[in-house]
Design a binder for this molecule. Structure first.
Ligand SMILES: Cc1ncc(COP(=O)(O)O)c(C=O)c1O
Length: 456
């Protein structure tokens, strides 16, 4: 068969693929969420010589649905509550398909002007919906990790432009690991990455931050970036961003808000606290492939002003001389040149479904997390360790680590409800995180019933 099948075959393939997806989604709740992966078993099942002659589209479709998908962890399943779920959405997925099928190039203005402009427009929608100035610029990335990397790159570029001799990054001890990784990748020595203490609610202690900034400032011309979390991954903790912003202002430091998990909650107009926090930031990471129900891979960075991002990433080459440099060239805003129409799935989702439906889904997720917490807390064997913050809470079994670990093992063996674990003040806890418009009150009750059944 050819790389581009004839029109009739292409229609049949497309219909067949959509039919399989629709069947799968209809029955999703009855599928296992998780099977403990066994590398040897998976290799035996999936390994085959690279085909010299193609097997045909239908053979691939069957193998994907019958052999590969059943062994996958379903992070879009209504009872997946581990880490931060990735619910995706079928409208967003159709946007992603259209982006791939038209193979639009949105690295530069000349490569894809209308799509580059669309990306600008979608960024404006998001900024306005989060209560930020509508002109807030940014870019879509492959995920939160790359958005954090771009933000720290911009922070360091601004510090260098201001004549800093050293660049120090301050991270709460609950910050997501991608921030530490980003600092290392851009060449910040590990001894210039400071861990800031958090309080009993896992939030940065502004006093400790101020003390560390002061000590570093006393040792020379230091440029600083402070990374705060609007929703830590472990417990959903929200740093006191207002107080930290005042410290950052006084120190001339860059303030980054990592909202990869939680910033989408600021779409809710009633969360004036979160919206006020975002308004203080120099840069904000959010992750449409988490709580905006967009399929992987879609992260987003919003910037107070673009110049530092340009300073970090601008690039040149004789082969780029035809490109108007005053237009929107995303290769000047981030590490990549070739990139597809990343905004298209978000645009499809928001334009077809609307912000109002997204807000309703977020409110439902919050309510479902609360329902799960209330139902579990009603059982005397369960101890809530951190109360729900955003849509995550943590718990253990009667303060007993062995019993808590045993419960996680039993859940993973059962495979019909997925939770993950973390540490809170060094104690082993289970996390329950709801980010999925397919999760209903009935799914929550089914998950809670499974947890309680597996307890003893
Ligand atoms: C708070 C936070 N920051 C950053 C990330 C990394 O985002 P991504 O996995 O999209 O790269 C995550 C992922 O869960 C996160 O929870």
């Amino acid at each position: 068969m050819s790389l581009d099948p004839d029109p009739e075959s292409l229609r049949r393939f497309g219909h067949a693929a959509v039919d399989r997806i629709v069947d799968r989604l209809t029955g999703l709740t009855e599928h296992r969420v998780f099977s403990r992966p066994d590398p040897a078993h998976l290799a035996a099942r999936l390994r085959e010589p690279a085909p010299e002659l193609g097997a045909g589209f239908h053979a691939c479709l069957d193998r994907f649905f019958d052999e590969i998908l059943p062994a996958a962890t379903l992070v879009n399943h209504p009872r997946f509550f581990g880490w931060v779920p990735g619910p995706g959405s079928q409208i967003g997925a159709l946007g992603a398909y259209l982006a791939a099928a038209t193979n639009l190039f949105v690295g530069s203005w000349l490569g894809g002007a209308s799509l580059a402009q669309l990306e600008v427009e979608v960024l404006r929608w998001l900024a306005a919906a989060l209560g930020l100035p509508v002109e807030t610029p940014g870019l879509f990335t492959s995920g939160g990790s790359l958005a954090n990397l771009a933000a720290l790159s911009a922070a360091r570029a601004r510090a260098s432009a201001r004549g800093a001799e050293r660049f120090v990054v301050y991270l709460g001890d609950q910050a997501h690991g991608s921030n530490h990784k980003a600092a290392r990748v851009i060449g910040v020595p590990v001894d210039a990455i400071r861990r800031v203490r958090t309080d009993s609610r896992q939030r940065i202690d502004p006093g400790d931050l101020a003390r560390q900034l002061e000590a570093d400032a006393g040792a020379g011309r230091v440029g600083a970036a402070i990374v705060t979390s609007l929703g830590t991954t472990s417990t959903g903790a929200i740093d006191p961003i207002d107080a930290i912003a005042a410290i950052a202002d006084a120190a001339g430091a860059w303030l980054h808000v990592d909202g990869a998990y939680g910033a989408a909650a600021a779409l809710l107009p009633e969360r004036t606290d979160l919206r006020a926090a975002l308004a203080r930031a120099d840069s904000i990471t959010l992750d449409p492939h988490k709580w905006l129900y967009v399929p992987f891979e879609c992260g987003c960075l919003l910037m107070r002003d673009l110049s530092a991002l340009h300073a970090a990433f601008t690039t040149d080459g004789a082969y780029l001389q035809d490109i108007p440099r005053d237009a929107v060239n995303f290769f000047d805003r981030g590490p990549e040149l070739s990139r597809g129409a990343r905004a298209l799935p978000v645009w499809f989702l928001l334009r077809a479904v609307g912000l109002d439906a997204v807000r309703t889904a977020i409110r439902d997720d919050l309510a479902h997390a609360q329902r799960a917490q209330d139902r579990l807390a009603a059982d005397p064997r369960i101890r809530i360790v951190t109360e729900r913050s955003l849509s995550v809470f943590t718990f253990d079994v009667a303060g007993d680590e062995a019993r808590t670990r045993a419960l996680l093992d039993a859940l993973w063996a059962d495979g019909t409800t997925m939770l993950s674990s973390s540490l809170v003040d060094g104690r082993f806890v289970l996390r329950f995180c709801v980010v999925n418009h397919r999760t209903t009150a009935a799914e929550i009750d089914r998950a809670v019933a499974t947890i309680l059944r597996l307890l003893d």
